[in-house]
Design a protein around this ligand. Structure first.
Ligand code: FAD
Ligand code: UDP
Length: 382
């Protein structure tokens, strides 16, 4: 086999795998993919543990989107199973719905509010209206006031990000809706379903093509000088690609504590798939019991993940604020000069993206590559 590839792709998560699939099937390209981990799927990787319970190796991954295009694309590789994620938070000794909704307010304050208007009036009495929402503290306090902000957001956010919400872009806490009705779903998207056979099965099918070669447990630097390639797709951290020459971009990491327990009655342990711990005094942020979301509703074992935020470890979360954006922009300027490299995905673009957004970004990136003439249907580089 020749060691000449049209494209070398670094990273076998959504961004890398979608580019590989598109370039191989739409352009006839020969593609080599590498990942330093010993598996494909990136952070979405899942596997069956020794008890036969499906576990998401890097924390709970729930698929939700408003994009028909993304659903249509992924549906080539999977069937779906309906699942709406629900979360409770431990607050004042109770488990109450999170996102905050009418039930949350009634249960915490011993009220019996019945309409959206009544709940809105409750928030309005406490809200601190602002002309300009500057950060993740403002985005909550302006709508529901300081007390609910302190109970649900401040401690959780300080643990997760090692920064106060006032030091984070408003988009971080704005991910969580603030509701006046009794909708207790975590997400509001039109499409909320899980892949019927799990996530790894999607990647297996996506990469099952004679023109795609996958090498796991392989660093970019292991192959960089060993193979020839026309184009490089980089889905790892952008600062790593440029040798951290302007300094390290900060990422938040997590340590996962895996807990397996017997459930001889076949039942589940947690009241909902995820229990959040907003108190700063609890050292972890949330516990998730996978069987709620994977469809294994009856099983004689159950497996849970407890998440402890860390500053060292795998780069899981880019940190959205002005300072990190300024540093990212310096790297992005270098990237813009590199016609020979395509930067795509959560780490390469330093964006806090959900799976569906990465799928959308990868599809758009492929379309741009074709439109720019850098790749063409013949499989050669222009
Ligand atoms: P990744 O999946 O990070 O893939 C990048 C790959 O590149 C990695 O496998 C890495 O090992 C490899 N790599 C990097 N550098 C190199 C190198 N130099 N050499 C070789 N290999 C390299 N999204 C949702 O939609 N719903 C959720 O519920 C959800 N939950 C999440 C929970 C957690 C704890 C985390 C961390 C993320 C969650 N996400 C969720 C986001 C989701 O994981 C990402 O959007 C998606 O996986 C990003 O895909 P990617 O291809 O950009 O990056
Ligand atoms: N958040 C919070 N309290 C919660 C849940 C979320 O303060 O109970 C904040 C926190 O800053 C978190 C952000 O909202 O990082 C986004 O939450 P999400 O559940 O979307 O985080 P992810 O699943 O991406 O870790």
């Amino acid at each position: 086999m020749s060691n000449r590839y049209d494209t070398l792709i670094v990273g076998c998560g959504y961004a890398g795998s979608i580019l590989a699939e598109r370039l191989a099937t739409q352009c006839g390209q020969r593609v080599l993919m590498v990942d330093r981990r010993d598996h494909i799927g990136g952070n979405a990787y899942d596997y069956y543990d020794e008890h036969g319970v499906l576990v998401h190796k890097y924390g709970p991954h729930i698929f939700h989107t408003n994009s028909d295009k993304v659903v249509e694309y992924l549906s080539q590789f999977t069937e779906w199973r309906p699942y709406e994620h629900r979360v409770v938070a431990s607050v004042d000794g109770k488990h109450v719905p999170m996102p905050i909704n009418r039930t949350t307010v009634n249960e915490l304050y011993g009220l019996a509010l019945e309409t959206d208007e009544e709940v809105q009036a409750f928030y309005d009495e406490r809200a601190e209206p602002m002309d300009f929402i500057r950060n993740s503290e403002d985005v909550v306090v302006a709508k529901v006031g300081r007390e609910l902000y302190e109970k649900f957001f401040r401690g959780y956010t300080r643990k997760q990000w090692e920064r106060d919400p006032s030091e984070l872009d408003k988009s971080v806490c704005a991910r969580i809706p603030l509701r006046t009705n009794d909708d207790d779903r975590y997400f509001g998207d039109a499409f909320q379903q899980m892949p019927a056979d799990g996530y790894t099965a999607i990647f297996d099918r996506m990469l099952d093509h004679p023109n795609i070669e996958v090498r796991t447990s392989t660093e970019f630097t292991d192959v960089e000088d060993q193979v020839e390639y026309g184009h490089l797709v980089w889905t790892g951290p952008i600062d790593e690609f440029f040798g951290e020459r302007f300094g390290k971009l900060p990422y938040r990491s997590l340590e996962f504590e895996l807990r397996s327990e017997p459930t001889p009655d076949g039942g589940l342990k947690l009241p909902r798939a995820t229990v959040n711990e907003p108190s700063f005094d609890v050292p972890y942020t949330r516990t998730t019991e996978y069987r709620h979301m994977t469809g294994q509703l009856e099983h004689d074992w159950t497996t849970m993940h407890v998440e402890y935020p860390r500053s060292e470890g795998d780069p899981y979360y880019p940190i959205p604020n002005e300072e990190t954006q300024a540093l990212y922009k310096r790297y992005a300027a270098l990237a813009a000069e590199r016609d020979d490299v395509t930067f795509v995905g959560r780490l390469a673009r330093y964006q806090y993206l959900n799976m569906d957004q990465v799928v959308g970004q990868a599809l758009a990136t492929f379309e741009k590559l074709v439109a720019s003439g850098r790749v063409e249907a013949s499989g050669t580089r222009a």
